[in-house]
Design a protein around this ligand. Structure first.
Ligand code: THU
Length: 140
């Protein structure tokens, strides 16, 4: 059954497409230090998809995760409502976003925003952000 929110309907087929986009983005990762290549794809409520990969730096503290790369691309293009984010690593299997990325994306999460990943078995799983970040920081 398709999950419907404001503007974008996310079918199982849509989830699979977003997941494949995240997987393809692993090829763009710049990860010479960790060797851990991550790809991400964020679907926004206007139907656009923004992609990202992790970009490392010799000054390790400057490294940026794939999810935040995609999120910054979305926001800087005026897409401020996130419907879903798919995350993958080049080796396959689940890649849960780190705490910083969850917090970062929660700022732009629509109701029902979920994180999509693929298990080693090939099965796609989807977690609402509230499950992964139950008490995220909100400035109010
Ligand atoms: N990384 C991500 O891209 N996303 C995450 O959610 C966690 C970690 C990257 C950062 C670094 O380049 C590499 O994975 C190893 O930590």
């Amino acid at each position: 059954m398709a999950k419907k929110t404001a503007n974008v309907e996310l079918t199982a087929q849509g989830e699979a497409r977003l997941m494949r986009t995240a997987e393809e983005m692993c090829e763009r990762a710049y990860a010479p230090y960790s060797g851990f290549k991550v790809g991400a794809a964020i679907l926004t409520d206007d139907g656009r998809v923004f992609t990202g990969c992790n970009v490392e730096n010799g000054s390790y503290g400057c490294c940026i995760c794939a999810e935040r790369t995609a999120a910054v691309k979305a926001v800087s293009e005026g897409a401020l409502k996130f419907r879903a984010a798919a995350v993958a690593n080049a080796g396959g299997g689940l890649t849960y976003p780190c705490g910083i990325c969850l917090q970062f994306m929660s700022e732009f999460a629509e109701d029902g925003f979920c994180i999509i990943m693929r298990e080693k078995s090939g099965n796609i799983v989807s977690h609402p952000i509230d499950e992964l970040l139950p008490r995220g920081f909100k400035l109010r």
